[in-house]
Write a protein that binds this ligand. Structure first.
Ligand code: BTN
Length: 252
Protein backbone atom coordinates (compact mmCIF):
# COMPACT_ATOMS: atom_id res chain seq x y z
CA UNK A 1 0.00 0.00 0.00
CA UNK A 2 2.79 2.43 0.94
CA UNK A 3 4.62 3.31 -2.28
CA UNK A 4 6.81 6.01 -0.79
CA UNK A 5 7.14 7.43 2.72
CA UNK A 6 8.14 10.92 3.78
CA UNK A 7 8.83 11.48 7.44
CA UNK A 8 9.24 14.89 9.09
CA UNK A 9 10.07 15.91 12.63
CA UNK A 10 7.66 18.84 12.42
CA UNK A 11 4.96 19.79 9.94
CA UNK A 12 2.09 22.20 10.06
CA UNK A 13 -0.19 19.30 9.02
CA UNK A 14 0.53 15.96 7.34
CA UNK A 15 -2.67 16.49 5.31
CA UNK A 16 -1.28 19.77 3.92
CA UNK A 17 2.06 18.16 3.07
CA UNK A 18 0.32 15.20 1.41
CA UNK A 19 -1.75 17.66 -0.66
CA UNK A 20 1.37 19.49 -1.70
CA UNK A 21 2.95 16.23 -2.86
CA UNK A 22 -0.26 15.17 -4.61
CA UNK A 23 -0.36 18.50 -6.47
CA UNK A 24 3.16 17.75 -7.70
CA UNK A 25 1.92 14.43 -9.05
CA UNK A 26 3.12 11.93 -6.44
CA UNK A 27 2.02 8.34 -6.74
CA UNK A 28 -1.04 6.87 -5.00
CA UNK A 29 0.11 5.22 -1.79
CA UNK A 30 2.47 8.07 -0.81
CA UNK A 31 2.52 8.33 2.98
CA UNK A 32 3.46 11.38 5.02
CA UNK A 33 4.20 11.05 8.74
CA UNK A 34 5.36 13.55 11.34
CA UNK A 35 6.50 13.49 14.98
CA UNK A 36 4.44 16.58 15.65
CA UNK A 37 2.13 19.06 13.91
CA UNK A 38 1.88 22.78 14.54
CA UNK A 39 -1.46 23.08 12.85
CA UNK A 40 -3.15 19.67 12.96
CA UNK A 41 -6.62 19.90 11.41
CA UNK A 42 -9.71 18.03 12.45
CA UNK A 43 -13.17 17.65 10.99
CA UNK A 44 -15.54 20.61 10.76
CA UNK A 45 -12.77 23.19 11.03
CA UNK A 46 -11.56 21.98 14.41
CA UNK A 47 -7.90 21.61 15.30
CA UNK A 48 -6.16 18.36 16.20
CA UNK A 49 -3.84 18.49 19.19
CA UNK A 50 -0.53 17.06 17.92
CA UNK A 51 2.21 17.14 20.54
CA UNK A 52 5.66 15.84 19.85
CA UNK A 53 6.12 12.11 20.16
CA UNK A 54 2.83 11.21 21.86
CA UNK A 55 0.80 10.44 18.76
CA UNK A 56 0.72 9.11 15.24
CA UNK A 57 0.11 11.81 12.65
CA UNK A 58 -0.07 10.50 9.13
CA UNK A 59 -1.74 11.09 5.76
CA UNK A 60 -1.89 9.02 2.62
CA UNK A 61 -2.50 10.11 -0.96
CA UNK A 62 -5.03 7.94 -2.81
CA UNK A 63 -6.15 8.28 -6.41
CA UNK A 64 -9.30 6.15 -6.59
CA UNK A 65 -11.10 5.82 -9.86
CA UNK A 66 -14.70 6.17 -8.64
CA UNK A 67 -17.68 8.46 -8.20
CA UNK A 68 -17.23 11.40 -5.84
CA UNK A 69 -20.12 10.31 -3.62
CA UNK A 70 -18.30 7.06 -2.76
CA UNK A 71 -15.43 8.81 -1.03
CA UNK A 72 -17.09 9.17 2.39
CA UNK A 73 -17.09 5.37 2.63
CA UNK A 74 -13.28 5.31 2.49
CA UNK A 75 -13.28 7.05 5.88
CA UNK A 76 -15.56 4.35 7.27
CA UNK A 77 -13.18 1.71 5.94
CA UNK A 78 -10.29 3.42 7.68
CA UNK A 79 -12.25 3.42 10.95
CA UNK A 80 -12.83 -0.34 10.49
CA UNK A 81 -9.13 -0.75 9.83
CA UNK A 82 -8.17 0.98 13.06
CA UNK A 83 -10.72 -1.07 15.00
CA UNK A 84 -9.33 -4.29 13.53
CA UNK A 85 -5.72 -3.37 14.29
CA UNK A 86 -6.56 -2.35 17.88
CA UNK A 87 -8.16 -5.75 18.38
CA UNK A 88 -5.29 -7.63 16.70
CA UNK A 89 -2.90 -5.92 19.13
CA UNK A 90 -5.19 -6.77 22.08
CA UNK A 91 -5.57 -3.08 22.79
CA UNK A 92 -9.29 -3.74 22.66
CA UNK A 93 -11.15 -7.00 23.41
CA UNK A 94 -12.50 -8.63 20.25
CA UNK A 95 -16.21 -7.97 20.74
CA UNK A 96 -15.87 -4.39 21.98
CA UNK A 97 -17.40 -1.77 19.67
CA UNK A 98 -15.23 1.33 19.31
CA UNK A 99 -16.46 3.33 16.30
CA UNK A 100 -18.58 6.39 16.92
CA UNK A 101 -20.25 7.00 13.57
CA UNK A 102 -18.81 7.84 11.17
CA UNK A 103 -15.16 7.48 12.10
CA UNK A 104 -14.12 8.41 15.62
CA UNK A 105 -12.33 5.65 17.49
CA UNK A 106 -13.38 5.60 21.10
CA UNK A 107 -12.16 3.61 24.12
CA UNK A 108 -13.90 4.03 27.52
CA UNK A 109 -15.94 6.90 26.01
CA UNK A 110 -12.71 8.75 25.15
CA UNK A 111 -11.77 9.56 21.57
CA UNK A 112 -8.33 8.18 20.82
CA UNK A 113 -8.27 8.55 17.04
CA UNK A 114 -9.76 10.80 14.39
CA UNK A 115 -9.79 10.55 10.61
CA UNK A 116 -9.98 13.42 8.17
CA UNK A 117 -10.57 12.59 4.51
CA UNK A 118 -10.21 15.42 2.00
CA UNK A 119 -11.05 15.29 -1.66
CA UNK A 120 -9.63 17.33 -4.55
CA UNK A 121 -11.27 17.32 -7.94
CA UNK A 122 -9.97 17.87 -11.43
CA UNK A 123 -13.05 19.08 -13.30
CA UNK A 124 -15.79 16.64 -12.37
CA UNK A 125 -13.38 13.80 -11.60
CA UNK A 126 -11.42 12.88 -8.50
CA UNK A 127 -7.84 14.05 -8.74
CA UNK A 128 -6.75 12.73 -5.34
CA UNK A 129 -7.98 11.93 -1.87
CA UNK A 130 -6.01 12.51 1.32
CA UNK A 131 -6.77 10.24 4.25
CA UNK A 132 -5.33 11.75 7.42
CA UNK A 133 -5.22 9.83 10.68
CA UNK A 134 -4.37 11.08 14.13
CA UNK A 135 -3.95 8.52 16.92
CA UNK A 136 -3.31 9.47 20.52
CA UNK A 137 -0.81 6.84 21.57
CA UNK A 138 0.84 7.88 24.83
CA UNK A 139 -0.72 11.22 25.86
CA UNK A 140 -1.38 11.45 29.58
CA UNK A 141 -2.67 15.01 29.67
CA UNK A 142 -4.89 16.83 27.21
CA UNK A 143 -5.70 20.48 26.53
CA UNK A 144 -8.48 21.85 28.76
CA UNK A 145 -10.92 22.10 25.83
CA UNK A 146 -10.87 18.37 25.02
CA UNK A 147 -9.90 16.78 28.31
CA UNK A 148 -13.40 15.43 29.00
CA UNK A 149 -13.63 13.58 25.70
CA UNK A 150 -10.06 12.78 24.62
CA UNK A 151 -7.92 9.82 25.61
CA UNK A 152 -4.96 7.86 24.36
CA UNK A 153 -4.13 4.18 24.05
CA UNK A 154 -1.90 4.54 27.11
CA UNK A 155 -4.34 6.54 29.21
CA UNK A 156 -7.24 4.20 28.49
CA UNK A 157 -5.54 0.79 28.46
CA UNK A 158 -2.16 1.24 30.15
CA UNK A 159 -0.54 -0.25 27.06
CA UNK A 160 2.65 1.13 25.55
CA UNK A 161 2.52 0.63 21.82
CA UNK A 162 5.30 0.80 19.27
CA UNK A 163 4.13 3.50 16.84
CA UNK A 164 6.00 2.23 13.78
CA UNK A 165 4.52 -1.24 14.14
CA UNK A 166 1.03 0.21 14.35
CA UNK A 167 1.58 2.37 11.26
CA UNK A 168 2.73 -0.60 9.17
CA UNK A 169 -0.14 -2.78 10.32
CA UNK A 170 -2.75 -0.08 9.66
CA UNK A 171 -1.74 0.31 6.02
CA UNK A 172 -1.44 -3.43 5.59
CA UNK A 173 -5.02 -3.97 6.81
CA UNK A 174 -6.40 -0.93 4.97
CA UNK A 175 -5.00 -2.19 1.67
CA UNK A 176 -7.23 -5.25 1.79
CA UNK A 177 -10.40 -3.26 2.59
CA UNK A 178 -9.56 -0.60 0.02
CA UNK A 179 -8.96 -3.07 -2.80
CA UNK A 180 -12.26 -4.79 -2.06
CA UNK A 181 -14.00 -1.40 -2.00
CA UNK A 182 -12.47 -0.27 -5.32
CA UNK A 183 -14.12 -3.31 -6.82
CA UNK A 184 -17.42 -3.25 -4.87
CA UNK A 185 -17.92 0.55 -4.98
CA UNK A 186 -20.46 0.38 -2.16
CA UNK A 187 -20.58 -0.55 1.50
CA UNK A 188 -22.86 -3.59 1.40
CA UNK A 189 -20.18 -6.23 2.00
CA UNK A 190 -18.66 -4.18 4.86
CA UNK A 191 -21.87 -3.30 6.69
CA UNK A 192 -21.98 -6.26 9.04
CA UNK A 193 -18.38 -5.86 10.17
CA UNK A 194 -18.72 -2.09 10.52
CA UNK A 195 -21.90 -2.46 12.57
CA UNK A 196 -20.20 -4.98 14.87
CA UNK A 197 -17.76 -2.16 15.73
CA UNK A 198 -20.41 0.58 15.93
CA UNK A 199 -20.76 2.03 19.43
CA UNK A 200 -23.97 3.87 18.53
CA UNK A 201 -25.82 0.77 17.37
CA UNK A 202 -29.20 0.39 19.10
CA UNK A 203 -28.45 3.48 21.19
CA UNK A 204 -30.27 6.76 21.44
CA UNK A 205 -28.49 9.46 19.45
CA UNK A 206 -28.90 13.17 18.95
CA UNK A 207 -28.45 14.24 15.33
CA UNK A 208 -27.35 17.84 14.89
CA UNK A 209 -28.19 19.00 11.38
CA UNK A 210 -27.92 22.54 10.02
CA UNK A 211 -31.68 22.41 9.45
CA UNK A 212 -32.54 21.25 12.97
CA UNK A 213 -31.78 18.61 15.59
CA UNK A 214 -33.61 15.39 16.29
CA UNK A 215 -33.25 12.26 18.41
CA UNK A 216 -33.67 8.63 17.54
CA UNK A 217 -32.23 5.15 17.82
CA UNK A 218 -29.21 4.37 15.61
CA UNK A 219 -30.11 1.14 13.83
CA UNK A 220 -26.96 0.59 11.75
CA UNK A 221 -25.66 1.77 8.38
CA UNK A 222 -26.89 1.57 4.80
CA UNK A 223 -25.09 0.22 1.72
CA UNK A 224 -23.77 3.78 1.30
CA UNK A 225 -22.47 4.04 4.87
CA UNK A 226 -25.22 6.42 6.03
CA UNK A 227 -26.36 6.09 9.64
CA UNK A 228 -29.91 4.77 9.93
CA UNK A 229 -31.77 6.61 12.68
CA UNK A 230 -35.26 5.60 13.76
CA UNK A 231 -37.04 8.61 15.25
CA UNK A 232 -40.11 6.62 16.24
CA UNK A 233 -42.16 8.05 13.40
CA UNK A 234 -39.60 7.96 10.59
CA UNK A 235 -36.47 6.23 9.39
CA UNK A 236 -33.81 8.88 8.66
CA UNK A 237 -30.57 8.38 6.75
CA UNK A 238 -27.73 10.51 8.01
CA UNK A 239 -24.72 11.18 5.83
CA UNK A 240 -21.51 12.88 6.97
CA UNK A 241 -20.75 16.45 5.98
CA UNK A 242 -22.22 19.02 8.30
CA UNK A 243 -24.05 16.53 10.45
CA UNK A 244 -22.87 15.62 13.92
CA UNK A 245 -24.14 12.65 15.92
CA UNK A 246 -23.86 12.38 19.70
CA UNK A 247 -25.11 10.30 22.53
CA UNK A 248 -28.01 12.03 24.27
CA UNK A 249 -26.09 12.36 27.54
CA UNK A 250 -22.74 13.38 26.05
CA UNK A 251 -20.14 12.58 23.45
CA UNK A 252 -21.09 8.91 22.82
C1 BTN B 1 -11.17 14.55 13.54
O1 BTN B 1 -11.51 15.73 13.73
O2 BTN B 1 -11.67 13.65 14.17
C2 BTN B 1 -10.13 14.24 12.50
C3 BTN B 1 -8.74 14.45 13.02
C4 BTN B 1 -7.67 14.11 12.01
C5 BTN B 1 -6.29 14.44 12.51
C6 BTN B 1 -5.22 13.94 11.59
S1 BTN B 1 -3.62 14.04 12.31
C7 BTN B 1 -2.90 13.64 10.80
C8 BTN B 1 -3.66 14.40 9.74
N1 BTN B 1 -3.13 15.74 9.63
C9 BTN B 1 -4.00 16.66 10.04
O3 BTN B 1 -3.78 17.89 10.07
N2 BTN B 1 -5.14 16.08 10.39
C10 BTN B 1 -5.09 14.65 10.25
Amino acid sequence: MITKRYHFEVLNSTNYKAKELAEKGCEAGTLVTADMQNFGVGRRGRSWSSEKGTGIYMSMVLRPNMEIENISMITLLMAMTIAKVLKAYHILPKETPCIKWPNDIVINKKKICGILTELTLCGMEIDYVIVGIGINVSNQVFPEKIKETAGSILSETGMEIEKEELITEIWHVFKEYYQRFLYAKDFSEFREEYESCLLNKNKQVLVLEPTGNYEGIAMGVTDRGELIVNTGTKQKYVSGGEVSVRGIYGYV
